[in-house]
Write a protein that binds this ligand. Structure first.
Ligand SMILES: [Fe+2]
Ligand SMILES: [Fe+2]
Length: 138
């Protein structure tokens, strides 16, 4: 059973964002599987780097949508993104230093962060985009 099981309750009601989230969930599931399978550190690190890259591009995507649609809470939302990115950057530094950062706790942390963020901040953004899509007259 995958660590994160996608279901409709996780949809924010805006397809391009949902597509990013599904891919992120898939990548976190892959990291979980790799850890459980005892895969090589090279493979696990590569998987984590994909998560880092996808997280960054997804955050820019949402921030672009917030900007283009006049989302009122964009500052706090972008701040939450920045905080996770700082944690990921820190982890990447530890990986480079050869520290053992890949644990089930880390995967649980990523899962919880992602689900909690989707269900709170991203849902609010999705609701906003449903009535005020980017580029629509305000
Ligand atoms: Fe977000
Ligand atoms: Fe998101």
């Amino acid at each position: 059973m995958p660590l994160i099981e996608w279901n409709d309750a996780l949809s924010v009601g805006y397809r391009p964002i949902d597509a990013d989230h599904m891919r992120l969930a898939e990548l976190v599931n892959e990291l979980h599987d790799d850890l459980l399978a005892g895969s090589s550190m090279t493979l696990i690190a590569a998987c984590f780097q994909r998560i880092a890259r996808h997280t960054a591009s997804h955050f820019r995507h949402e921030e672009h949508l917030m900007e283009g649609s006049g989302f009122p809470d964009s500052h706090n939302h972008a701040l939450a993104h920045q905080q996770l990115e700082a944690q990921i950057a820190d982890l990447l530094r530890q990986v480079d230093a050869g520290e053992p950062v890949f644990t089930l706790e880390l995967v649980e942390f990523l899962k919880n962060w992602l689900l909690n963020h989707i269900l709170t901040m991203d849902k609010k953004l999705g609701e906003h985009l449903a009535i005020q899509p980017p580029g629509s007259p305000r």
